[in-house]
Design a protein around this ligand. Sequence first.
Ligand code: M6R
Length: 366
Amino acid sequence: EKAGYKHFMQKEIFEQPRAIIDTLRSVVDLNQERLRLSDLNISQDLVKTVKRIHLVACGTSYHACLVAKYLLEQLCHVPVDVDLGSEFRYRGPLLNSNSLLLVVSQSGETADTRAALKEGLERGAHCRAVVNVVGSTLARMAHGVLYTHAGPEIGVASTKTFTTQLVALYLFALHWAHLSGRIQPRQLSYHIQGLRELPGKIEEVLSAEQTLREWARRFMDREHFLYLGRGLLYPIALEGALKMKEISYIHAEGYAAGEMKHGPIALVDEKMPVVALIQKGPLYEKMLSNVQEVKARGGKVLAFVEGDRDVRLDDDVLQFCVPQTAPWLAPIVFTVPLQLLAYHMADLRGTDVDQPRNLAKSVTVE
Ligand code: M6R
């Protein structure tokens, strides 16, 4: 049932184009370019009532929420808080009938996320869930649900469920922006067009799998990695580092690149590989100067760069070209090569890729 792949994780990485198409099809009328999110149960009145959105999740799903904060604040102009499930209820969150609590979970069973939702329900917040497993506890508890259509995920490491969460949260933001009158049908169709092109861009990344296997071979003996990103790619640096540590058991840390000089740069020497995620746009030059800072201290840079194959950063920087997308979609395409890098690292190191030590697919106890 691994369909010729060595591990479920590898198969699930390759299933991402299909999983994204299925998630899109479930809510987007691709001909008429309209959104049908009726199960989410969000009306124009609700959008007017809600003054703040709280996003709560654990692990990889939490990283999806960090990306969604950018989308919701910029497309919908609504203030957003993001919390870890294990922290949320203990900080006495200010929830009331003007709050919307959106929990995000693959399994729909994670104990801390469930407890957060219970807290929201008790305090009179409007509660919604983005989940993958149909009929799961969170789906049943919330007042409305948006399903990711990733299909079953067997590998413990989340892959296709993460990229489909990012798609679902993007659709959520578009729906909210549309209901609040912040985007017009023409802009909506621009966004939908970008989403339509996304599966093809992911295929492009997948076809470069061998390059990432070679990179993994070169660095498989290292014990530490730093991942740097800015803006929308900062959460992806966190997610890339999480994938690396959980399946290959290499210590990896994700950082906002601008934080380097506030501490972590002290770690950089010739033994420290640094993954740099470089998106086109206003933060491009800033990321390049972070790359220079790392190089000046002897660190080896693995750069994932959006856009042109012809643009060369530097001869001694390893460079992987990530296809260009509409700006909001960069987190999704950048995720895929990081999954492949972690996967091949783990495979070469001979770990139990689908069942990493000490981990469970769904954490149903606190
Ligand atoms: O089922 P959930 O999305 O609620 O699970 C939350 C985390 O346990 C999960 O995302 C975990 O961090 C990933 N499997 C790691 O790859």
